[in-house]
Ligand binder design. Structure first.
Ligand code: MG
Length: 245
C-alpha cells in the first residue's frame, strides 16, 4: 500500500510538473507575442536608423530655422555639412522634442585661433535649455564644466575624448527631460553622453536649471533642438533623433 501510494504520488507530481511547465511556456510565449520589440534597421556608419527623424543629412536645412526666419547658417553641400554663420544667432529645429536619443557630428575649425572658450565654441542645446558644450578641447585649457562634452555650467565630462581640430567628432546623447509637475515642482531629468563612442556623461542629473545663455528657460514637456552661434565657424553633419516618449 505504501509502495502504491509512492508511485501515485510520483506520477501525480510528474503530471503537475508537466502542466506547470506547459503553463509557464504558454505564458512566456504570450509575453513575447504581446511585447515583440519593433524592428528597426540600423544605419551604416552612424547614419540614421529606420525609425529616426533625420534632422540634417547634408542636402538641405529644411528642418531648421533662425528665430522665426529661414535658416541662415551656411550649407556646405559638397561636404554634406553645415557651418555656423557668425552673427546670425542660434539655429533651431522646427520640431520640438521631449526625451530623445540624438546623434550629431561636429568639427571645430582646422585652423586654430583663439584660446579657452574662444576656440571652436558652439553647443548642442536640448530643448534650447541644456547645453552639451561643443569646443576645441584638444590641448586647450578652460574651466572643466565648460570644456567639450560638459553639461555646460553644470557637469564636466568624465574624460576628455576630443579629437584634434578639424576632425569630425560624434556625440550620442540620451536625454531625459526634466518634467514640470502639476504642483509646480520639476521632476529631474538626465544626460547620458558618448563622445566619439566614449562615455563622458553617465546619467548626469538635470534639475531644470538651464545652461547659461540658454535660448529658453523653465522646464517644458517639449522644446526644440538648438545649435549655438558662438562666433566660431563650427561645422555639423549627420544629425538624427529618436523620440523616446
Ligand atoms: Mg558653447
Amino acid at each position: 500500500m505504501k509502495k502504491k501510494f509512492g508511485k501515485l504520488s510520483l506520477t501525480t507530481l510528474a503530471v503537475l510538473m508537466s502542466i506547470s511547465a506547459h503553463l509557464q511556456a504558454a505564458e512566456s510565449s504570450d509575453k513575447k507575442k504581446d511585447q515583440a520589440p519593433p524592428i528597426v534597421t540600423p544605419g551604416e556608419n552612424g547614419s540614421a536608423p529606420s525609425d529616426a527623424i533625420v534632422l540634417f543629412d547634408g542636402s538641405n536645412l529644411d528642418e531648421w530655422q533662425s528665430g522665426d526666419a529661414a535658416a541662415k547658417w551656411t550649407l556646405l553641400k559638397a561636404e554634406s555639412a553645415m557651418e555656423v554663420k557668425k552673427g546670425t544667432g542660434v539655429l533651431q529645429t522646427k520640431k520640438t522634442f521631449g526625451d530623445v536619443q540624438l546623434h550629431i557630428e561636429w568639427a571645430t575649425p582646422s585652423e586654430v585661433t583663439g584660446s579657452g572658450q574662444g576656440r571652436g565654441n558652439s553647443g548642442v542645446y536640448l530643448q534650447g535649455r541644456y547645453e552639451i558644450q561643443v569646443l576645441d578641447s584638444f590641448n586647450n585649457e578652460t574651466y572643466y564644466n565648460g570644456q567639450a562634452g560638459a553639461f555646460y555650467n553644470n557637469a564636466a565630462p568624465l574624460v576628455n575624448a576630443s579629437r584634434p581640430p578639424g576632425k569630425w567628432q560624434t556625440y550620442d546623447i540620451i536625454f531625459v527631460a526634466p518634467k514640470p509637475q502639476e504642483d509646480g515642482s520639476v521632476k529631474p531629468g538626465s544626460f547620458t553622453v558618448l563622445h566619439n563612442g566614449i562615455l563622458i556623461q553617465h546619467q548626469t542629473p538635470i534639475t531644470g536649471k538651464a545652461s547659461t545663455a540658454a535660448a529658453y528657460s523653465g522646464a517644458t514637456p517639449k522644446g526644440p533642438l538648438v545649435l549655438q552661434d558662438h562666433g566660431n565657424p563650427v561645422r555639423y553633419r549627420n544629425i538624427w533623433i529618436r523620440e523616446l516618449n
